[in-house]
Design a protein around this ligand. Structure first.
Ligand SMILES: Cc1ncc(COP(=O)(O)O)c(C=O)c1O
Length: 303
């Protein structure tokens, strides 16, 4: 990965190489960290962060689910994110805030472990660098919403994602797809799922999935462009016979899906609706659509 100069750690910018935590940090052992994945884009008014407040609000929601009290207000974290981007002179890239329980006492109970917050940023290109992804349903189901706060972005949840990704090692597949405990489509290891049938855009409902901020943007873009949009349980049988499908996520942006479980959707190339949503999304994040400029925080204006 391409390193930047400094990382914000507990209120201070420190050189990249010095941003360290103790090996006995609680979250390193038990997975009780909360994090975000945010992107900043180059715009005509300099770098801007897309939907910063929504990401920071979700960070607080995830931290709260872990009983973690961040010693900052959300507005301070927003400012710290912009400070970190500015300090690193990053015009476009990825931002990773991470809240952890640090080194205190050992044991599963996180009491008496100090809360630490770090913010790193770096240049990051396409997360799934394919024209249309070839995906496969995982043998693992998505984390069950009765087992954890499934819609919080908690470090330990990503063991479930990693298991699905590891299954695909050495295969032709680009990404995994999770079903839920009812056999319906849940989401990808780091993406939400959409399908298109007869120009209707469908996506699984909230509940057992991460409430993706890109997902919310896609729903808004799609409605505004006159598409019928439906949130309902989707079976795998429906998905493999869809006209089109795509993933949404801050990291993958909009990634068309060409093949699900070896069944080609249409001709296996990105479909017209997916491409229309993708292009509208990329216009929105780069500030090229007046209606969506409200989602941008211009880094220079936030000091
Ligand atoms: C499991 C999972 N689902 C969906 C998403 C997409 O969420 P967002 O659009 O907020 O990045 C992510 C990425 O953060 C994720 O990790």
């Amino acid at each position: 990965m391409q390193e930047t100069e400094s990382i914000w750690m507990d209120g201070k910018l420190v050189p990249w190489a010095d941003a360290k935590v103790h090996v006995l940090a609680h979250s390193l052992h038990y997975g009780d960290g909360a994090f975000e994945g945010i992107r900043a884009y180059k715009t005509d008014q300099g770098p801007a962060v897309f939907r910063l407040t929504e990401h920071v609000d979700r960070l607080f929601y995830s931290a709260q689910a872990l009983g973690m009290e961040l010693p900052y207000a959300p507005a301070q974290v927003c400012t710290a994110i912009c400070d970190t981007l500015r300090a690193n002179k990053l015009e476009e890239g990825y931002v990773r805030p991470l809240a952890i329980h640090g080194y205190g006492v050992m044991g599963v109970n996180p009491r008496n472990s100090p809360v630490q917050l770090i913010i790193a940023c770096w240049p990051w290109g396409a997360y799934l660098p394919v024209e249309a992804a070839n995906i496969k349903v995982s043998r693992f189901i998505r984390i069950h919403p009765d087992s954890t706060v499934a819609d919080a972005k908690i470090c330990g949840h990503y063991v479930n994602s990693i298991m699905a990704i590891l299954e695909l090692r050495g295969t032709k597949y680009d990404e995994a797809l999770f079903l839920d405990s009812n056999g319906n489509i849940a989401e990808g290891p780091g993406e939400n799922f959409f399908m298109v049938k007869n120009r209707e855009i469908l996506t699984p409902p909230l509940g057992a999935i991460l409430a993706g901020i890109t997902r919310a943007t896609v729903l808004e873009i799609a409605s505004e462009r006159g598409f019928a949009v439906t949130e309902r349980p989707l079976s795998l049988a429906e998905a493999v016979t869809a006209d089109e499908a795509f993933f949404s996520g801050t990291a993958c942006e909009i990634t068309p899906i060409g093949i699900i479980n070896d069944q080609m959707l249409g001709n296996g190339k990105p479909g017209p609706v997916s491409l229309e949503i993708k292009s509208a999304y990329l216009d929105a994040v780069r500030g090229r659509t007046a209606a969506y400029r409200r989602f941008l925080t211009f880094v220079e204006n936030r000091q």
